[in-house]
Design a protein around this ligand. Structure first.
Ligand code: GTP
Ligand code: PEP
Length: 236
């Protein structure tokens, strides 16, 4: 499993209205921790690799027993943030495949309401020998992208077999990525996975995730920042 996280100082700018910079960075880390904790419970997830330029994210990843791949240098000057994100994921994919991984999933880092059961269920629905994805709850973005290799066949040399079996991740995250993944041949997975489909970008997403039920790190940070109390006040 691959997870990309950009520099915390630049993260979640769309939450800037509700959270000061230091709080926002802490919240991004908390959502990341809850996402990794839920993901690592899925029995199909053999390892988690985080690609990031941020030292604090790398430390948090290591504390959660995830591997860390430094941000590739060629992403500097790679144009838009999304181009950098996709280069970072492709770099991490090459890294884990060089170390023996076959089936890949690129998971968003901001899924605080993710449950192990729904991720496990989604992985079980992925076709072999193909790319597939779980769209976000609005069917605009992508919560998770999967690339499963073709099953092994006999009669080829080991290297030829590896080449012919490989299904590239070909990540196309960013604006309208559900459409981009569909248009590039990835299959949209069907299933009721509300936490998996809810990546948090805006205050409205955060409120929705909170109502579904967020993980303990996210919850305690939101309580500490007084955000949950303000939610109650807004409702009364
Ligand atoms: N390693 C890495 N991860 C990235 C990069 N750009 C984005 N990401 C990650 O990809 C996911 C989606 O990123 P964005 O939607 O662009 O940014 P965001 O921080 O979620 O939100 P905004 O600042 O509000 O756009 C987040 O988990 C980011 O941390 C990058 O250049 N490198
Ligand atoms: C990059 C993506 O996520 P976000 O919604 O965080 O921009 C995406 O969905 O492809």
């Amino acid at each position: 499993m691959l997870i990309a996280v950009k520099s915390l100082a630049n993260a979640k700018t769309r939450l800037a209205r509700d959270f000061a910079s230091a709080e926002r960075q802490q919240l991004v880390l908390a959502m990341f921790r809850d996402t990794v904790s839920a993901a690592r419970g899925a029995e199909q997830v053999a390892s988690i690799t985080v690609v990031t330029p941020d030292d604090a994210v790398a430390v948090a990843a290591e504390e959660l027993d995830a591997g860390v791949v430094p941000e590739p240098v060629d992403t500097v000057g790679a144009g838009s943030g999304n181009a950098r994100l996709n280069l970072a994921l492709a770099h991490a994919a090459a890294h884990v495949r060089a170390n023996g991984a076959t089936d890949l999933v690129a998971l968003q880092a901001d899924l605080p309401a993710l449950t192990t059961a729904e991720l496990s269920d989604a992985i079980a629905a992925t076709p072999a020998g193909a790319r597939s994805f779980v769209a976000d709850h609005q069917f605009v973005g992508t919560a998770a992208l999967f690339a499963r290799n073709h099953p092994a066949h006999n009669g080829l040399s080991r290297s030829a077999a590896m080449r012919s079996r490989t299904v590239d991740l070909a990540p196309a995250f960013g604006h309208d990525s559900a459409r981009k993944h569909l248009d590039s041949g990835a299959r949209a997975l069907i299933g009721e996975w509300p936490g998996l489909r809810l990546d948090v970008d805006t205050p409205d997403d955060l409120e929705l995730a909170y109502r579904i039920g967020v993980g303990p790190q996210t919850r305690s940070n939101l309580e500490m920042f007084g955000w949950t109390a303000s939610l109650e006040n807004d409702r009364s």
